[in-house]
Design a protein around this ligand. Structure first.
Ligand code: 5RP
Length: 248
């Protein structure tokens, strides 16, 4: 199977995570785009979506899916997004598409983070993919020096401005032995808006596209799924919904 076919397979599988009649958070990137195309087929069965970038907003609206502002949404049961790298603890590097800050905000609001990725994204240790760091433009020099002080090699993403009007430094050369500590440490640098480590809020599950089908990974186990079965929105289960809302 090609990488594109694997992305489409995980996007199809992710439809089963969407809760009927609710709003779904939608990530950014080529895998998220495959998910949006699948979501279009069930658009009449959801209330709408929250977008993690302007590109995602445009694609959702192009498919006739209602896009809500996050501030108008009090309850977001599920967020579906890709990753640049994911480890077995479900911690990720994200932001290859530069949307890391909005992705992190939507992920923080969502009850459940569903990562969709092809098998190449699963790594034993995070860090081969340079870590994107979103920076306020006037702080660029300062942040670049501070990142070098913690041992990284920051590289400005040339000609790129985020949806928030900021710059991206891609940080290579770091050993990520403790992603939670590193995420916090980088966020402490004045001028950093956010960084692409999703370790403090990892994914809850990962739908991983492999040649043998879509596997569902959580931090402690792997479950085989119906890789190529028909896509179906989960029927709203009153007990599941009440638990997700914090009920008993
Ligand atoms: C965008 C992201 C993407 O999720 C990440 O870059 C993966 O993208 P793709 O699905 O195209 O490989 O974080 O900011």
């Amino acid at each position: 199977m090609t990488q594109d076919e694997l992305k489409k397979a995980v996007a199809r599988a992710a439809i089963a995570q969407v809760i009927e009649g609710e709003i779904v958070g939608v990530g950014t990137g080529s895998t998220a785009n495959c998910f949006i195309d699948e979501l279009a087929r069930i658009r009449d069965r959801i209330r709408g979506a929250v977008a993690s970038s302007e590109a995602t907003r445009k694609r959702l609206e192009g498919h006739g899916i209602v896009v809500f502002e996050l501030n108008d949404v009090a309850y977001l049961p599920v967020y579906v997004d890709g990753a640049d790298e994911i480890n077995t603890a479900m911690q990720m590097i994200k932001g290859g598409g530069g949307a890391l800050t909005r992705e992190k905000i939507v992920a923080a609001v969502a009850q459940k983070f569903v990562c969709i990725a092809d098998a190449s994204k699963l790594v034993p240790v995070l860090g081969a993919f340079p870590l994107p760091v979103e920076v306020i433009p006037m702080a660029l020099g300062h942040v670049r020096r501070e990142l070098a002080r913690i041992g990284g090699k920051p590289q400005l993403r040339e000609g790129f401005v985020t949806d928030n009007g900021n710059l991206i430094l891609d940080l290579g050369g770091l050993v990520m032995a403790d992603p939670v500590e590193l995420e916090s440490r980088i966020n402490q640098i004045v001028g950093v808006v956010s960084n692409g480590l999703f370790a403090r809020r990892p994914a809850d599950i990962c739908l991983l596209g492999t040649a043998a089908g879509v596997k569902m990974l959580t931090a402690d186990r792997t479950v085989e799924t119906e890789a190529h079965g028909p896509a179906a929105v989960q029927p709203p289960s009153s007990s599941a919904t009440s638990q997700a809302r914090g009920g008993t």
